[in-house]
Structure formats: C-alpha cells, structure tokens
Design a protein around this ligand. Structure first.
Ligand code: PMP
Length: 436
C-alpha cells in the first residue's frame, strides 16, 4: 500500500533520552545487503538490522523452510515431550559450538538467554551443594538485554537505575582506556591487570558467595570495545581458580561476526555457558539459545532430588518454526562459507574504517572482525546529539548505521563484498564531513 500507517498505537522501544522526537523512517522491505524504505529509497544495511541478519536479508531457503514447517508442525510444546526439529537443530548447533559445549537450551530472545544462563549458574552451584554462591559479576558498560537478570549484570547504568535489580551484582571496571588506545588497530595492549580486578571483588565478598562472571567477549552496545590482550584469558583462569562459572554473552559476537563461529573460538577461550540469539535464525524469527558444557547440564539433570522444585522453560523453547529457520540459517552459513568470508573481509573492513580517521569530530575508531565503531566528540551540553544526527543523515543518504550515544556502530551482513564496504564508507565519509 502507499498510505503511511497510523503511527500512534505501536509503543516503540524507548530510551530515557527524549530529545529526539522526529517521526520514524519506515523500513518496508529488504533483500540481500539492502533495505527499501516506505518511500522506496534503497538503504545499505551497515548494521545487519540490529546485529542479527548475518546472512543478508530475504533468504529464500529460510522462507521455504519456515513455510514448510508451519504446515508440518507449526507449534508443539517441549515440556514433558518433544518434537523432531528441536533435537535436530540442537544437534546441528553442537557442530559449530566451542569444545565441550554440547548442550543447548532454547529461548525466545537474547534477554531470555541471559536470564536462563544466570539461572543455570545458580542451579548448578546449588546442585553441587554450593547454594550460597548467589552473586554475579558483570562489567561496566556491559549490555545483556533488558530482562531483570540482564539489567542487573549489565553495566550501562542508565538502563537499570529506574528499576529494581537483583541483589548482589557487581561490575568489573571498564576494559578500555580511550586515551591510551585511540585509533589503534587490533586489541588494546594493557588488559590482564583489568581482569585482576576480579580478585578484588573475590576478596571483598569471598569466592564462595559468587556464582558467575558474565561478559560480552567484545562489548557491542557500549560501542564495539574489543577486549584488551590477555583479558579474557585472565578471566578464565581466575574463574577456574575460584570456582566461578564464566558466561560469554555472544548474542552479537556469535554466528560468524568475528570470522569464527563464536568469539570463544576466535579468542581460543571456552566459557562454561554461552548466550546467543540474533544470528541464530538470521534475525528471521525470534529465538535464542544457551550453550552449556555437558558437565553443567549433567550436574543439574543428574543432581540431587532436593532440586525437585527446579523449573525453567518457555512456551517457545525450541519453537518448531524458529528451529526450521535456524537450521536453514546454519545451512546457509556452511554452504556459503560465511564465517570464513567474514574473516577474509575483516582486513579490508579494517583498512576502510580507519580511512575515516582524518575527519573532524572523529575521536576514535575501533574494529574487530566485521564489527566497527566510529566515536564522535560529543556536542557541548548535548551528548548523543552528534551520533543521532549522523544516524539521520546517513539514513537520508541511503545507509543504515547504529548510534549508541556518540558512537556510530557498524556490523554489516557477513555476505558483504569489498565494493559494498567501499560504498558504505564513502557514504559515511560524506555524512561525517557534513557535520558541524
Ligand atoms: N546480550 C547482548 C550482548 C546483546 O547485544 C543483546 C541485544 N542487543 C542482548 C543480550 C539482548 O537480546 P534481545 O534484544 O534479543 O533480548
């Protein structure tokens, strides 16, 4: 239709920052690397939607699989029974999982995956007779979705201060010192000592009170912050030393974003639990998954009967149609070698994004795999305004970017080709050059 829909009833996701009140642009169609707006303008997708459409938009194979599944078995529960495709999809996922992480719990989103992983951590300790381990440690600037679990361990203070949160959540210091690392390529140098802050929290509370540490291997929503060298290694060894579970939130980094199936393989560090969503179904249907080490699954499922009250699961855990979308997505990733392709594109991506370093207002550029961030200097008295202006101007110029405050975040579909990388940064150069 050509009539713009009534925009009043849909309560859009919102932020406390109410300074931006323009009518939203409408993305009405999508294919491959491009959106098409309601008015018919082509928009290059620089963000894979919201970091999720890794195989590109409008994939026929996914559409066909979903269509078939809807007519075969649209929905069936996985409480006290099952259905074939959930088992099949979980099994397929284990073929790309980090070593030993071959138990998969299905959820409906990234936030549900985070809640699930936190609850598994508590229940695991409880099953082993260490039920006093109830504290969680996240990271300043960490983002783990908007459930009460996620905002509690999350380190973006604005996202949680209006709400009550879980007691006993602490946050490790921010991993990235902008001044010492601006415009550097690769991982920041100083790092292991930041992970040592975990020792401070352990000394403060006692290891025996802490259940788990949760981090994004690369912080995404805070503005693409790769971990300093040695940081994740040190977290792993400290968690082992103190009996804490290590949870990687791979909702963004999972499914090839860094050129490996997961950040765990990219960095060579295996967590105990891993949360995923987004690229799991190529963003086509809402779904998440938590990967667990087999020992964790077994400790819970073969643990003492006193855990009889243990209950967790969602109506849509293992939703058949979402599983069909996920299986078709995995097949595309494999057949087209998209993770390897992402790895091959990463150096081209790095060279191109750092090509913007000469522009005014640009105070840092960061990249890893097919993730990137361009940090802009904030406007006096109006933090976020320059970022938002960039988003709007980019959209008008035919490019979708994400603005988190004054950081412009980028994460193109993994199918991206060098010509599209060149186009993306040439459009962005024009936009950034036009900012005052
Ligand atoms: N964790 C991370 C690292 C995320 O980036 C996100 C979403 N951007 C979430 C969790 C929450 O996922 P969802 O929005 O699907 O609930």
């Amino acid at each position: 239709g050509d009539n713009r829909p009534d925009l009043s009833a849909f309560w859009m996701p919102f932020t406390a920052n109410r300074q931006f009140k323009a009518e939203p642009r409408l993305l009405a169609q999508a294919k491959g690397m491009y959106y098409r707006t309601f008015e018919g303008q082509e928009v290059l997708d620089g963000t894979s939607g919201l970091w999720c459409v890794n195989a590109g938009h409008g994939r026929q194979e996914i559409a066909d699989a979903v269509h078939r599944q809807l007519l075969t078995l649209d929905y069936a529960p996985t409480f006290q029974m099952g259905h074939p495709i959930a088992f099949e999809f979980a099994q397929a996922l284990t073929t790309i999982a980090p070593p030993g992480m071959d138990r998969v719990f299905f959820t409906g989103s990234g936030s549900e995956s985070v809640d699930t992983a936190l609850k598994i951590a508590l229940a695991y300790h409880r099953a082993r007779g260490e039920g006093q381990r109830v504290r969680f440690i996240g990271r300043e600037k960490g983002y783990h979705g908007v459930g009460f679990g996620g905002i509690s361990v999350g380190g973006l203070v604005n996202n949680r201060r209006t709400f009550v949160t879980l007691p006993g959540a602490d946050h490790l210091p921010h991993t990235f010192d902008l001044k010492r690392n601006a415009f550097s390529k690769g991982l920041p140098e100083h790092g292991a000592e930041l992970a040592d802050e975990l020792e401070r929290l352990v000394a403060l509370h006692g290891a025996e009170t802490i259940a788990a540490v949760i981090v994004e291997p690369v912080a995404g929503s805070a503005g693409v912050l790769p971990p300093p060298k040695g940081y994740l290694e040190r977290l792993r060894s400290l968690c082992d030393k103190h009996g804490l579970l290590l949870i990687f939130d791979e909702v963004i980094t999972g499914f090839g974003r860094l050129g490996a199936p997961f950040a765990a393989q990219y960095f060579g560090i295996t967590p105990d639990l891993m949360t995923t969503a987004k690229g799991l179904t190529n963003g086509s249907l809402p779904m998440g998954a938590v990967f667990a080490k087999r020992e964790i699954h077994d400790a819970l499922m073969q643990g003492p009967e006193t855990l009889i009250e243990l209950f967790h699961g969602y109506t849509y855990s293992g939703h058949p149609t979402a599983c069909a979308a996920g299986l078709a997505t995995l097949e595309i990733y494999a057949r087209e070698g998209l993770f390897a392709h992402a790895a091959a594109m990463a150096p081209i991506w790095e060279a191109a994004i750092h090509g913007l370093a000469d522009l005014p207002n640009v105070i840092d550029i960061r990249n890893i795999g097919l993730m990137g961030a361009i940090e802009l200097s904030p406007r006096d008295g109006a933090p976020g305004a320059r970022g938002y202006e960039t988003l709007v101007k980019a959209l008008n110029a035919g490019l979708l970017v994400r603005a988190t405050g004054d950081v412009i975040a980028l994460s193109p579909p993994l199918i991206v080709q060098p010509a599209e990388i060149e186009k993306l940064f040439s459009l962005l150069r024009g936009v950034l050059a036009s900012l005052d």
